[in-house]
Design a protein around this ligand. Sequence first.
Ligand code: GLN
Length: 491
Amino acid sequence: MGLNERSLHELIGLLERGEASLEEIIHDLYRAIEEKDNSIRAYLELADREELLAQARANASKPLRGLPIAIKDNISTVGFRTTCGSRFLRDFEPIYDATVVKRLKAAGATILGKTNLDEFAMGSSTENSAFFPTRNPHDLERVPGGSSGGSAAAVAAHEALAALGSDTGGSIRQPAALCGVVGLKPTYGLVSRYGLVAFASSLDQIGPLTKDVRDAALLLSIIAGRDPLDSTSIDGDNVDYTRELGEGIRGFRIGLPREYLREGLSEEALARVEEWKAIFKDLGAELREISLPHTEYAIPTYYLIASAEASANLARFDGVRYTSRASEESLEELYSASRDRGFGPEVKRRIMLGTYALAAGYYEQWYGKAQRVRRLIKEDFERAFQEVELVLTPTSPTPAFKLGERVADPLQMYLSDVYTVPASLAGLPAISVPGGEVGGLPFGLQLIAPHLQEGRLLRAAYAFERAFGPRPARPRAPGGRRSQRRARTGP
Ligand code: GLN
C-alpha cells in the first residue's frame, strides 16, 4: 500500500513517529498522479514537486505536518490559476487566498493542485468543464459526479490525500458518493466563502472530500469559523470535531423519509438501504419512517433559486474585468461577445433561466414563489427533527452513469440531485459516506443533521463507517467482463 493511500490522520501519526517522511509521501502521490491522471484527468493544475516538498518541509512542525491537499478550482489559491473550469477565467490568477486556503496553510497544509469541475460548479458530472471531463476511477467510461468531480476522483484514485470542494446543491456529496469517498457539506455559514467564486450565494458552502470520516472531521475543524470577510459566516471556531467521534449513537432516532424511497431506486439500491438500517440498529439506533412532504418541489425550487442567484453573480464577468475579453466596437458588443465566447452552454442556460425568473413582472411568480417553497422544505426538516436526531437517505438515486449519457437531457442531469438539494435549501449539514456497491459501483449513504449539529453527524457517520468497514468499492477481481472494461486504478 502506497503512502498516498493513507488518510491524513494516519500519515500525521506516521510522520510524528518518524515512520514515514514527507519526501516518501509526496513521491508516492506524484507517482500515482503520473500513472493515472492521464486517463482520470482530475487536475487542472499541479504544484511543482520540488517547490511543494520545500514548502511541506517548512511546515513539518505544524498540525497538518506539511501534508498536501487538493483544492477545487473555484477556490482562490495564490500561485495557481483559478479557472472555475471556464474559458472565461482560463488565465485568471487570483491575488489572494480564499479564507479556507489561508486556514489550511496556517495549520500546516500545502497545496497540491487545483481540481477539475463543472464550469462555475454548474453540473453533476464534471462534463461541463470547458477543458475536459474527469473520469471515474472505478470505471473510466463513467462520470465521477459533479461539480467537485476532480476533487472526488483525485481522492478516490489516491492522487490526493484529501481535497476541498464546494456544494451548492450536492456538489460535494454526489461526487463523493459516485467515487466512493467521504464528502461533507457543512451548515450554511459555518465555513467562510471568502475567495470561493460565487455561484448561488444563499446556498454555497465549502467542505472536505476525504478517505474517511475522521479526516472530514479533522479538516472541518480547521476550516470552520467566523470570518469578518464573509458576512454570512457564523461562529464555529475552535471546535474539535474529531473529539466526539467515537462516542457512538446508542439511542439515536434516525428517520427515513418515505418520499425519498418511493421511486427511482433499483432493487439493489433498496437492498443497500436495508443493510444500512440493519447496521444502524446494531449500533443501538432506532429507525423510523418520517415524512418530508415537500420533497417533490425541491428540484424545481433549487434550480430556480440557484439560477436566479447565478445570473446575478455572473454579471461581473463582462469582459471588462477578469480575463476573457473580446475586442469589439461598443461596450454592449464587448459584453455580449465576451460572454458568448467565455461561457459554455450550461452556464448560458442558467443565466437565461435565472434572468427570466428575476425579470420585472415575473419576480413574484417565480423567484418569490420558490423562496416560499424553500421555507416549506425547511419546515419539513424542522418538524422531522422534533422526532429524530438524524435523517438517512441514499446520496444519489443511482451510481455513476456513463459519460455522455445525460448531457443531452438537462432534466435527467438535474434529477441526480434529488436527494442532495433539500438539505442545501434548508441550509443543513449533510455527509455522504461509502455505503457499498450497486451494479459493482460505489453507492453512497447520506446523513442529514439539524443546523450546526456537525458533531452529531460525524459521530454517526464514523460509527457507521467503523461497523460497515471503510470499504469504498474496488474494481472486482479480474475475469468478469466488467473488470476488463473498468480501470484498475481504483482504491
Ligand atoms: N448539480 C447541481 C447543479 O448543477 C449542484 C451543483 C453544486 O452543488 N455546485 O446546480
